[in-house]
Design a protein around this ligand. Structure first.
Ligand SMILES: C[S@@+](CC[C@H](N)C(=O)[O-])C[C@H]1O[C@@H](n2cnc3c(N)ncnc32)[C@H](O)[C@@H]1O
Length: 193
């Protein structure tokens, strides 16, 4: 796995220590992962890409709950991906779920995706608007993008790591319709054709 730095200056790098600490604390995200699975359950897609998939926690949950044949994940952190790969192997999911090093700017898959999602990663991105444009070019004809974040203001984590509706007010992506929804502490940006 390459160790090339795919983070932009100013983006938090998930090195060995941060990745390990995230692993210890990520259990608090379980209730949000459940809400994301429910949000996606009603939608139709044959392939899904998770941007900033970290240790693969959400992907593993999705693969267990949904019939979707192909799941993909990418992350700029080789340390997060090493844990993701270990977890996928342990669960016997490596034929259905592939992870690669990449970023919101560098998407190293040839295929287009029906669903492109991201959880608790977008707030780290330093070039959010141009990343969204890059991501949109990897969507299939009927595809959609869903970005899941903590909504600002409900607790300590959401104050420092949250997104508010006004952060997306200016966002326009040619050919895609934007909606912003709220669900028990999550704020969700969805872009559909
Ligand atoms: C808080 S973790 C969330 C991991 C995972 N999505 C989850 O919900 O468990 C944030 C992740 O976003 C990744 N990340 C940071 N900047 C990124 C970027 N520009 N593009 C893609 N991923 C990025 C980090 O390496 C890290 O793994």
């Amino acid at each position: 796995m390459t160790t090339e730095n795919l983070y932009l200056e100013g983006e938090e790098k998930f090195g060995p220590v941060t990745s390990f600490l995230f692993g210890l604390s990520s259990v608090v995200l379980n209730k949000y992962y459940d809400a994301i699975v429910e949000d996606l359950r009603g939608k139709k897609f044959g392939s899904l890409l998770d941007l900033g998939c970290g240790r693969g926690n959400l992907l593993i949950k999705l693969a267990g709950e949904l019939q979707t044949p192909s799941f993909y994940g990418l992350d700029p952190s080789p340390y997060m991906l090493k844990s993701a790969q270990k977890n996928l192997t342990k669960k016997g999911l490596t034929s259905r779920l592939k992870v690669k090093i990449g970023s919101s700017r560098v998407i190293p898959f040839d295929e287009k995706f029906d669903a492109i999602i991201s959880s608790f990663s977008y707030h780290h991105w330093k070039d959010r608007d141009s990343s969204i444009a890059t991501i949109a070019s990897h969507l299939s004809d009927d595809g959609f993008i869903s970005i899941y974040e903590h909504e600002v203001g409900r607790d300590r984590i959401s104050k420092s790591h949250g997104i508010k509706e006004s952060d997306w007010e200016h966002l326009e992506v040619e050919g895609l319709k934007k909606t912003v929804t709220h669900n028990n502490g999550l704020i969700i940006l969805t872009l559909t054709r």
